[in-house]
Write a protein that binds this ligand. Structure first.
Ligand code: ATP
Length: 234
């Protein structure tokens, strides 16, 4: 489903080129549920940005479902992203002036009829146990509820690939555990590939597969430990 070959990425800082990513080869199979862990500054978010196409690699190839992102024009890439990729962020990024369901409807295809759209949105709010909250504004929802709305927004178009950057990063332990369970349940099955970047080791433990960023990225610019629990104490 995802194939990365020879990807390099660096940033210009104060006239210096700082290499961040060097990924000779990395593959994620369809239907995999994968957590990526590793220290702050090791390029995890940058990797997700490159996979989603919001950031361009300096060189190399990213292929999703056989399609090469860097060969697409910007508008084709935007359409591809909207149809194939769902993105969940730590801070939800809900539009404050829109209700929960409007925040979801805004990403849905205009081609869908009003009744079908309503039914689909209703069924997703039921799935995340927020049926009675869909007409609330984000400010009237708890952080865990806001993240559940953001999850619906990422999943409503049934993307094949779901990327989540620290989805539990701003939640308390219990809510984080709930959100993790829900995310895994919603992404169950072969049709959803899920890649989560997290510092939350309880979350990572619940994933069928967990990799350290150093297993993917050859750049060793930050202090790393093979043992992530030790790393947290550094
Ligand atoms: N636009 C940018 N310009 C310059 N440097 C950048 C830019 N974006 C990211 N970086 C640098 O790239 C490195 C990797 O950042 P990234 O956010 O990918 O790390 P991360 O592993 O996700 O960290 P964290 O776990 O703290 O979120 C950092 O040193 C960061 O400062």
């Amino acid at each position: 489903m995802l194939n990365i070959a020879g990807v390099k990425k660096g940033f210009q800082v104060g006239g210096n080129h700082i290499p961040i990513l060097d990924i000779p080869q990395w593959k994620v199979d369809r239907g995999e549920k994968l957590a990526i862990i590793g220290p702050s500054g090791s390029g995890k978010s940058t990797l997700l940005h490159i996979i989603s196409g919001v950031l361009r690699a300096d060189s190399g190839e990213v292929q999703i479902d056989g399609q090469l992102l860097h060969r697409m024009t910007e508008s084709v890439r935007d359409n591809f992203r909207a149809g194939h990729i769902g993105y969940i962020l730590q801070d939800f990024h809900l539009i404050p002036s829109l209700t929960a369901r409007q925040n979801v409807e805004i990403v849905m295809s205009g081609k869908m009829g009003a009744a079908e759209r309503r039914e689909r949105v209703d069924s997703w709010f039921e799935r995340v146990h927020l049926a009675d909250r869909s007409r609330h504004l984000p400010s009237q929802l708890s952080r865990g509820q806001q993240q559940r709305v953001a999850m619906i927004r990422a999943l409503i178009n049934e993307p094949a690939l779901i990327l989540a950057d620290e989805p539990t990063g701003s939640l308390d332990w219990e809510t984080a555990d709930e959100v993790t369970g829900l995310l895994l349940e919603l992404c169950r099955g072969e049709q959803h590939t899920l890649i989560v970047v997290t510092h939350d080791l309880n979350m990572a433990d619940r994933f069928p597969k967990c990799v350290h960023i150093s297993e993917i990225n050859r750049i060793n610019g930050v202090k790393r430990s093979a043992n992530v629990r030790e790393e947290r104490a550094i």
